[in-house]
Design a protein around this ligand. Structure first.
Ligand code: SF4
Length: 377
């Protein structure tokens, strides 16, 4: 796009945004805390999915000080289901930094914003431009696609050259005043009109400025990401029971879903013809220190994590004897208390099934509470 066209481009885009921009909860004020929460939640997640999370989160933590003072477990519980839990842990850590180092006031400088845990160039630009109207460019998934088409960039937009070109364009088109509003309008156009497939070019307010539209290359720009090769995996989740309580374990910082609680869970050989119960008993003992009797499989879930498609087979088991290993965080929890713990999506599904599951002693196959003398060593 020729720089002489920038002011016409901005005017058309701003007019369109005033008329067509969606009313979203985080657009009702320009509070940096709310912008920050919404932008972190919106990474990898759709607007529709984010709205109820955003409202619940702000209801519980209305200020950065409230978030900083919370337990990480509670933050994760409110994040449960949004995925990419490092985002929630980083929000919590960054809130503490803002309270401790900046007296609870958001820094306004881009560099300082980017030094906060979990705040990258894009999020820093969104906070600085939306909240403080700084001339800070932003490139995220929607604007990456939009800018690639506007300038007709046929290379890989994620390459070094692509990133340099797109960030430079994102900065060039910003006005000295009203940069935040223009950034919001650009993101909105990318999200609602310049969609990945079949962009609505006829109703696009800036099609006269779009190189891809002129060239008819909207369908091939931007260059798609290379396809991820999916690997199948099978895992088992074992709800070890003693009396009326089940064993939960806090996932450690070097695991996926760090900080969330889960039943005993591990990988088994994929697509084995039959479940090897002896292997599962041994693996539970290795991990927990407890010897168990494996009961029935009561659920099976399929879900995706990054490049893995996981089949999760869920069993109950009764503790027979042994002491829990000391190097892990464990809790024996009654099903009605599961809601107090942050769980992964599949652990939550399993927990819900367990609430319906009758208490059966699989050692004796009798319904009811297991004998305390035998179980609680
Ligand atoms: S004209 Fe089409 S391809 Fe170009 S910015 Fe508008 S919607 Fe996107």
């Amino acid at each position: 796009m020729n720089p002489v066209d920038y002011s016409s481009f901005r005017r058309k885009l701003n007019d369109w945004y005033a008329d067509q921009g969606r009313d979203l909860p985080w657009r009702r004020n320009f509070e940096p805390y709310q912008i920050w929460i919404s932008e972190i939640m919106l990474q990898q997640t759709t607007v529709v999915a984010v709205i109820p999370y955003f409202e619940r989160f702000l209801g519980r933590f209305p200020t950065v000080a409230d978030l900083a003072a919370a337990d990480e477990s509670e933050v994760l519980r409110l994040w449960e289901g949004l995925g990419y839990y490092s985002r929630a842990r980083n929000l919590h850590r960054a809130a503490k930094v803002i309270v401790e180092q900046y007296s609870g006031l958001f820094p306004t400088e881009l560099d300082t914003l980017q030094s906060l845990p979990g705040v990258g160039r894009y999020t820093a630009g969104a906070i600085a431009s939306f909240a403080f109207d700084q001339r800070a460019p932003i490139v995220e998934a929607n604007t990456l696609r939009l800018y690639s088409r506007l300038i007709g960039y046929a290379g890989d937009p994620r390459s070094r050259d692509g990133q340099e070109r797109l960030w430079a364009f994102a900065e060039d088109i910003l006005p000295r005043k009203g940069a935040g509003r223009l950034n919001q309008a650009l993101m909105e156009l990318g999200a609602t009109v310049c969609s990945p497939r079949e962009p609505d070019c006829e109703s696009c307010p800036v099609h006269a400025h779009c190189q891809a539209f002129r060239d008819g290359t909207q369908a091939t720009i931007p260059l798609p990401k290379p396809k991820t090769v999916i690997t199948e995996m099978t895992e088992v989740s074992i709800a070890v029971r003693t009396g009326s309580k089940y064993l939960l374990r806090k996932r450690t910082s070097n695991e996926r879903w760090a900080g969330l609680w889960d039943f005993v869970r591990f990988e088994i050989e994929h697509a084995a013809a039959a479940i090897d119960t002896a292997f599962i008993v041994g693996a539970v003992q290795d991990r927990t220190g407890l010897s168990v009797i494996i009961g029935p499989q009561i659920a099976e879930f399929k879900h995706g994590v990054t490049r893995y498609r996981i089949t999760l087979k869920c069993f109950v088991a009764d503790r027979v004897q042994g002491r829990l290993k000391a190097n892990e965080e464990w809790q024996w929890v009654q099903p009605e208390k599961f809601d107090e713990y942050p769980l992964s999506v599949t652990a939550r599904q399993f927990a819900e099934r367990l609430k319906q599951f009758p208490l059966v002693d699989h050692a004796t196959s009798k319904t009811g509470k297991m004998k305390k003398s035998r179980l609680e060593h």
